[in-house]
Design a protein around this ligand. Structure first.
Ligand SMILES: Nc1nc2c(ncn2[C@@H]2O[C@H](COP(=O)(O)OP(=O)(O)OP(=O)(O)O)[C@@H](O)[C@H]2O)c(=O)[nH]1
Length: 796
């Protein structure tokens, strides 16, 4: 606050202080007044009238007493600044009255003829004024209120006597009073200034105290906030430490200079170093890692991440070599630690052991790419590698693809069991391996089929390699429980050159060549290019989509050919017939089964065809069962269908669903099929026989060993091989064979059927032998099955 322009509050306080100072001086002044008044009365006792003197003294004493009481009341009351004004006025009046009384003393005690007494009076009144100057100056105006009444009566008295001495006394007295007035004014000013100064100091002090309090408060608040922050930081640190200690991942933190600042317990276990040992050590001392592929140390694991600090941590796999030189495969990630200004102040490396996981992954990958029996690559992986080779072919590259299929491997399985077959496959694998270069690829493509890729191997050299393989397999002797077996291998060779048509073509070509090798008598190498009916093989491949389309477009057509009963031994009039299969091609031409069945067999399409045939035949038989009684319909079943468990279930269910009498259905299988897989055939035949169906066996020759096997199959009909019938007229041996087959058949309680009857003489001989039935073109042409028409034949 500015001391030059005090505020109303402040000027009130200032006045109150001045009044207070005046009151504080009052007791001493009043006391002195009493002494001086008493002394004055004593000195002038004899010189002035007693009444005036006593009256004056009584008045002084009374006034002084009253003023004393006021002073006392003031200190008791301790008035506020506002109340002080009244007290000041009372004080003022008291001083004025006192001044008037002392002024009256200047008249009462004036001794006109005694200059010494006048001088003494002047001295005494001057003393009172001087005393008033000292005690009343603090309160402005009070000094004048006292001094002027004191000075005037005496001055008047002196001046009235008009002597020089008295004039001098009067002037000197007035000068003194005036001087006292000036001093009083200055004193008042000084008191006022010092009071103001005091107020300023108090104000300043107050503000200082206030500021100090505010500062203390802020310090207290800051301290409290700091304490809370410290607490939070401490808790977070605790949480951080506990989290790091309890997580299963290993964690290492570094500062900006890649010096280690912390290792969590998992990291301690993996690295073999403790947190204390590694504190402030370079990262690589604890985190010594190597590249998985090259096995070379990774010098600075953080280097790759420096440019990617903004990105989320990238994971990498590497080998961690610990303190004891033990190696782990780890998956690790690096993340930067940044300050608020985004400056890197360190890094966090987290890692975990993926050794087992990696081993499992490798194992799974290995299993996915390898054959479990032989350990060779499987077909899928073989195709992958072949595909890669084909796509990376350069102009002059020459490779070769071999397709190997063991010959008569089934015999080993059938006669010695599957485990023997497995053993043979493993031994053949080792044998083939030993004949190939390390860079060649050998794979097991399925069952007894192998594939070989001979990289950078021209055709002639590949032919030599293929023949070496073939010869090794041919010379190989398989031992099983004291017996020795030999096998062969048929190999198809496809030279891979720049501009080949891709993976599928290469595989099909090698497969076709292998198939051709089989066709030509097995145990040989067949070069794809040199197959004269190569085009035929390619055509065969084209049958796959055609057969599929024919099935979906319902272009297969069943035909029916009746069989004639020629034996007179039979009283019953059974009507027999065979259901045959034909195909209408895309242009409506009729295709015989010989054209597509081998392709169907090669490309696994026989089963869907057989299913279709069974279903359509049963529909047809059901439709005609009302027209014809005692009719038996023969349906041909392929070898692939016979060994298929689902097909047997399908057939049984279809017959049950058709609600036909199973006795009117006859299933026909070929002798070769029956002998190939006797076990499956017996199961198939027995199941259908139990259902009530009949079974016919086709193409039976006079091979005694095969007839011996057939004893075990519960058959109804025996169809004599057409090639034997055909030459009966010219070859008596054939006729004898037919007789013996018929004879054996009858002994086995089977009815015999002779096929390929092309003339009446043959028919006559067959009637003489008492063969039971004769089918074929000689009897009746096959006719398309039409559900609406009754069956007809040439019989009779
Ligand atoms: N032991 C054994 N046999 C298998 C395995 N895989 C398939 N086979 C059999 O291998 C045989 C292969 O059949 P084919 O190639 O038609 O028989 P093959 O006797 O070699 O006849 P050709 O090849 O015409 O000379 C079938 O009998 C399968 O059951 C296997 O892992 N172990």
């Amino acid at each position: 606050m500015n001391s030059q322009s005090p505020s109303p509050n402040r000027s009130g306080a200032l006045l109150a202080e001045q009044i207070k100072l005046a009151y504080q001086q009052a007791p001493k002044a009043l006391f002195v007044t009493l002494i001086v008044a008493t002394m004055l009365a004593y000195i002038f006792w004899e010189l002035v009238g007693k009444n005036w003197l006593l009256g004056w003294v009584a008045a002084i004493y009374a006034l002084t007493f009253v003023r004393f009481l006021i002073v006392k009341a003031y200190f008791r009351k301790k008035p506020s600044a506002a109340e002080s004004v009244i007290w000041g006025q009372q004080f003022y009046i008291g001083a004025l009255l006192a001044g008037i009384l002392w002024g009256s003393a200047g008249s009462i005690f004036f001794v006109a003829d005694s200059a010494i007494h006048q001088l003494f009076l002047a001295y005494l009144l001057g003393g009172m004024v001087a005393g008033a100057m000292a005690t009343l100056s603090s309160y402005k105006g009070v000094f004048l209120a006292f001094s002027i009444p004191v000075a005037l009566p005496f001055t008047y008295q002196v001046i009235m006597h008009e002597s020089d001495i008295q004039m001098i006394i009067a002037l000197t007295f007035l000068l003194f009073v005036f001087t006292m007035g000036r001093i009083s004014h200055q004193l008042h000013q000084t008191v006022t200034d010092s009071l103001k100064f005091r107020f300023d100091n108090i104000e300043l002090l107050k503000r200082l105290i206030q500021t100090k309090n505010q500062l203390e408060q802020r310090v207290a608040e800051r301290t409290e906030a700091l304490t809370i922050t410290n607490d939070i930081l401490h808790q977070e640190k605790e949480l951080f430490q506990i989290t790091l200690a309890s997580i299963s991942d290993a964690v290492i933190t570094t500062d900006a200079n890649e010096k280690i600042t912390f290792l969590n317990p998992t990291a301690e276990i993996f690295t073999g170093w403790s947190n204390e040992e590694m504190h402030n050590k370079p990262l690589h001392e604890a985190f010594h890692i190597m590249d998985i592929a090259t096995h070379k140390p990774v010098p600075d694991p953080l280097a790759d991440y420096l440019n990617e600090l903004e990105n989320s941590p990238q994971h990498s796999e590497c080998i961690l070599v610990n303190r004891d030189k033990k190696e782990y495969i780890i998956d690790y990630a690096v993340a930067p630690i940044q300050n608020e200004q985004k400056h890197r102040i360190g890094a966090v490396i987290t890692f975990r052991d993926v050794t087992e996981q990696r081993k499992r992954t490798l194992k799974l990958a290995y299993q996915a790419a390898h054959d479990s029996l032989t350990g060779l690559l499987n077909r899928k992986e073989f195709e992958n590698r072949l595909s890669k080779i084909l796509t990376s072919m350069r102009k002059n590259d020459m490779h070769a693809l071999l397709y190997l299929d063991l010959d008569q491997f089934k015999i080993i399985n059938d006669s010695c069991g599957h485990s023997a077959g497995d053993k043979l496959l493993r031994q053949v694998t080792a044998l083939l391996h030993s004949k190939l270069r390390a860079r060649d690829t050998l794979a097991r493509l399925g069952g007894d089929e192998f594939g070989v890729i001979l990289e950078h191997c021209p055709k002639d050299q590949a032919l030599q390699v293929a023949d070496t393989l073939r010869e090794s397999v041919q010379n190989f002797r398989f031992q099983w429980r004291g017996k020795t077996f030999t096998i062969g291998v048929s190999i198809g060779l496809f030279p891979i050159t720049h501009g080949n048509q891709g993976l599928e073509h290469a595989l099909n070509a090698a497969d076709s060549a292998c198939y051709a090798a089989k066709e030509q008598g097995r145990n040989r190498v067949q070069l794809y290019q040199s197959i004269p009916h190569l085009q035929g093989s390619v055509e065969m491949q084209q049958w796959l989509p055609r057969i599929r389309n024919a099935l979906t477009e319902q272009r297969f057509q069943p035909y029916y050919q009746p069989t004639q009963l020629i034996s007179s031994e039979h009283a019953e009039q059974e009507q027999h017939g065979v259901i045959l299969l034909r195909l209408h091609d895309e242009n409506g031409r009729l295709i015989m089964p010989g054209a597509f069945l081998s392709a169907a067999g090669r490309y696994d399409q026989v089963l869907p065809i057989d299913r279709w045939v069974v279903q359509r035949s049963l529909q047809f038989i059901r439709a005609h069962a009302t027209h014809t009684t005692n009719a038996i319909y023969t349906i041909n079943i392929s070898g692939q269908a016979l060994v298929n468990e689902n097909f047997l279930d399908f057939t049984v269910n279809s017959i049950k669903d058709s609600q036909l009498d199973p006795a009117c259905i006859c299933f026909e299988i070929s002798e070769q099929t029956a002998l190939n897989d006797l076990q499956h055939v017996i199961r198939f035949v027995t199941t259908l026989k139990e259902l009530g169906c009949r079974i016919s066996i086709d193409d039976v020759s006079s091979n005694l060993s095969s007839l011996n096997y057939l004893k075990d199959i519960p058959l109804d009909y025996l169809k004599i091989d057409g090639r034997v019938i055909k030459n009966m007229l010219t070859d008596p041996v054939n006729q004898a064979m037919v007789e013996s087959i018929h004879h054996i058949g009858h002994i086995m309680r089977l009815k015999t059927i002779a096929v390929w009857v092309e003339n009446d003489q043959t028919l006559q001989i067959l009637e003489n032998i008492s063969v039971d039935y004769v089918p074929g073109f000689w009897v009746a042409e096959p006719t398309p099955l039409n559900a609406s028409l009754p069956l007809t034949d040439k019989k009779g």
